[in-house]
Design a protein around this ligand. Structure first.
Ligand code: SF4
Ligand code: SF4
Length: 473
């Protein structure tokens, strides 16, 4: 039975509830009075239920869809301004004992080169990432209890935080790793991780079991209840995501929002981020083998509907998507993007030879970080390298209450400008720096509080002339 508060995955992601939600959405997808009422509710910026949001997602009426897009853009502007937070993935290991049918790291793939970074390799990768200008990483690894042990993760996190190369530093390490125990989540928290990310892949249990035929990940309930254990272990920033293309997108969308509602109901804190990856080509994986691929228009609609359903949750898009798609969804709700990414193990130091690629998926946006930063600024976005909240202890419900009240904006905007200035001073090309300096000059006037503006101006001066770094609100 559906129970948002239950600790059992079958209850909080209840199959019958999702089917009823989809039937309700089908019945009402052209019910203009209801759609108008839902849009009006969404305008209050308190979010929508999975049923309400599912009606909007199903709605085929062009005029209403335009209203949905417009509202998503407005909510994006109100909550996130024109800032986009930058990050990069760092692949630690592609050893994996699972049998996921959509990922080239599955255990039966015998020809992909298997690698695990040593602490020395990690040092080199992190220095390469720092030299690009990155401050925020998302660690990635397959599940291998023998090789990718908890000790290995903890040591790797310690190594990453310890490296200070020139003016570089990794200030926030997020981690995407297999479902584990409360005790292990506690250890990750103590090691200073930012967000714990675990993609559900699909919320459809039957499909999930087929797509994960072997390995510990086959246990749907253990996987789906991972965020509950993470929160019990003290991690209060968790990141959800589904891999669009595995099952029907409307089912996944409802499941994703039910998961968010469950975390909010059970722990008082919704997800910190939601990622929206789409299935892509990779070594021995052909996306055409899966029947549920979604086109760009549907993808944009999903992003817009998530944006208005959970306005205070960050949304992430990776380099799986090309420049054009990224540009479109940035307007509709994405708040974090990766740039200059390598999805192979050890890919930042040395490009891999063509006949020995260890990538998890093909990168569609292959531009350098400098090019991505310049592109964002040419569209009047402020690329932000901010990591302040987690370092100031603004996590979990503390973060969410600041977010919901809109007060977080007073921190985000100045921090974006100061961290962008650091990037421009230390890593940008001359052309990017010229565009960035102009943007900062203009945007500093948008810091509303006079005192705060004076502090930002002084800090910008210190960054430029005194080589000072790491200012934050
Ligand atoms: S998706 Fe993760 S768990 Fe599955 S095969 Fe790939 S690396 Fe392993
Ligand atoms: S101030 Fe906090 S919410 Fe804003 S960009 Fe920085 S880390 Fe993110």
């Amino acid at each position: 039975m559906y129970d948002v508060n239950s600790k059992c995955a079958d209850d909080f992601i209840n199959h019958e509830e999702i089917l009823e939600t989809l039937a309700y959405a089908d019945e009402n997808k052209e019910n203009v009075a209801l759609i108008d009422a839902i849009i009006e509710k969404a305008k209050k910026r308190k979010g929508l239920s999975h049923r309400e949001a599912s009606v909007l997602l199903a709605c085929p009426i062009e005029e209403k869809n335009q209203e949905i897009y417009k509202l998503a853009e407005q909510i994006k502007k109100d909550f996130y301004g024109n800032r986009i937070v930058m990050f990069a993935p760092l692949y630690l290991s592609n050893y994996c004992v699972n049998g996921c049918t959509y990922c080239p790291y599955h255990a039966k793939n015998k020809h992909i080169p298997r690698k695990q970074l040593s602490q020395e390799d990690i040092r080199r990768e992190v220095i390469a990432l720092q030299d690009m200008g990155h401050k925020r990483l998302a660690l990635e690894a397959g599940e291998d209890p023998v090789r990718n042990t908890m000790d290995y993760y903890l040591k790797s996190i310690e190594t990453i935080y310890s490296i200070k190369h020139k003016n570089g530093a990794i200030r926030r390490v997020n981690i995407n790793m297999a479902a584990t125990t409360v005790d292990n989540y506690r250890l990750l928290k103590e090691a200073g991780i930012g967000t714990y990310i675990l993609f559900q892949e699909t919320y459809h249990k039957e499909s999930y079991l087929e797509l994960h035929p072997t390995g510990p990940k086959h246990d749907y309930n253990y996987h789906t209840e991972a965020m509950d254990r993470a929160m019990e272990g003290g991690i209060d920033d968790v990141g959800l995501g589904v891999l669009f293309g595995l099952d029907k997108y409307r089912y996944e969308f409802a499941g994703l929002l039910m998961h968010a509602e469950h975390l909010e109901a059970a722990f008082g804190v919704g997800p910190h981020t939601i990622s929206v990856p789409r299935l892509k080509h990779a070594d021995d994986i052909n996306p055409d083998d899966f029947n549920n691929g979604i086109d760009d228009d549907t993808f944009a609609k999903i992003v817009a509907c998530i944006r208005i359903a959970v306005p205070y949750t960050g949304m992430i898009i990776s380099t799986r998507e090309n420049q054009k798609t990224r540009e479109r969804v940035l307007h509709l709700g994405i708040s974090q993007i990766s740039g200059g990414s390598r999805t192979s193990v050890g890919g930042y130091c040395e490009p891999e030879p063509d006949d020995a690629k260890s990538e998890q998926f093909d990168v569609s946006d292959t531009r350098t970080l400098d090019e991505v930063v310049r592109w964002l600024m040419e569209m009047e976005y402020i690329p932000s390298f901010c990591t302040a909240c987690y370092r100031e202890g603004r996590t979990g419900d503390r973060f969410m209450s600041l977010c919901k009240s809109g007060q977080i904006q007073n921190c985000c905007h100045p921090n974006a400008l100061m961290t962008l200035k650091e990037y421009l001073m230390d890593y940008a090309s001359l052309e990017t720096k010229a565009i960035g300096d102009k943007l900062i000059e203009k945007e500093v006037l948008n810091v509303p509080n006079e005192k705060a503006r004076a502090v930002v101006l002084e800090n910008l001066r210190l960054i430029e002339h005194d080589n000072r770094r790491d200012f934050r609100f």
